[in-house]
Design a protein around this ligand. Structure first.
Ligand SMILES: *[C@@H]1O[C@H](CO)[C@@H](O)[C@H](O)[C@H]1NC(C)=O
Ligand SMILES: *[C@@H]1O[C@H](CO)[C@@H](O)[C@H](O)[C@H]1NC(C)=O
Ligand SMILES: *[C@@H]1O[C@H](CO)[C@@H](O)[C@H](O)[C@H]1NC(C)=O
Length: 153
């Protein structure tokens, strides 16, 4: 019993330290994407042994040029406005070999399309990530965002 308890304590500790936070590995901040064309969103995760189960990601693109941002995404909490949903479904990262650091080799690429009608200018790409963490487990939601530049087709 003591052994089991210490395993759980260790698991809880590992969970706190290594929460399975995702990184938007691509595109990089400031990348230009073209209305009506495809682009790749690479969502990476540390490939750790801490107990977690992946559930889903939601990827949204919201124009910074329109209300409520009116040209300034920094003036608002973009994490609360996902805009146009480009993807809503399972997140199943796998290990890929590559020259990049290990933590960025565990990922899933999503091929998404910028709507052809999307307003040119800066836009925020928002990613919501849901996973189940720990022995409980407990559901975890995190939101990441980067700024892109949408150019007219
Ligand atoms: C763009 O992405 C869609 C959806 O993944 C795919 O069906 C289509 O073939 C892609 N188009 C190009 C030009 O790659
Ligand atoms: C995933 O996307 C990244 C960024 O575009 C690219 O470097 C990588 O080669 C892609 N991986 C696969 C397996 O297509
Ligand atoms: C993400 O959104 C937050 C809150 O609006 C903002 O402070 C931050 O600058 C954004 N990050 C990027 C990379 O756009």
């Amino acid at each position: 019993m003591m052994f089991m308890k210490s395993i759980f304590a260790l698991a809880a500790f590992a969970t706190a330290v290594y929460a399975q936070s995702v990184t938007i590995a691509a595109p990089v901040e400031g990348t230009s994407v073209t209305a009506g064309q495809n682009f790749t969103v690479d969502i990476a995760r540390p490939n750790t042994l801490s107990p977690s189960q992946e559930v889903a990601v939601v990827i949204g693109l919201v124009s910074c040029s329109e209300a409520p941002f009116n040209g300034n995404c920094a003036s608002f909490d973009v994490s609360q406005i996902f805009g146009t949903i480009l993807y809503n479904g399972p997140y199943t990262p796998t290990l890929h070999n590559g020259p990049s650091p290990d933590f960025i080799d565990f990922y899933q690429n999503f091929t998404l399309t910028v709507p052809s009608w999307f307003t040119p200018g800066s836009a925020s790409l928002n990613v919501a990530h849901v996973s189940l963490i720990g022995a409980g487990p407990f559901p975890d939601l995190e939101v990441k965002n980067i700024t892109l530049n949408v150019v007219a087709a």
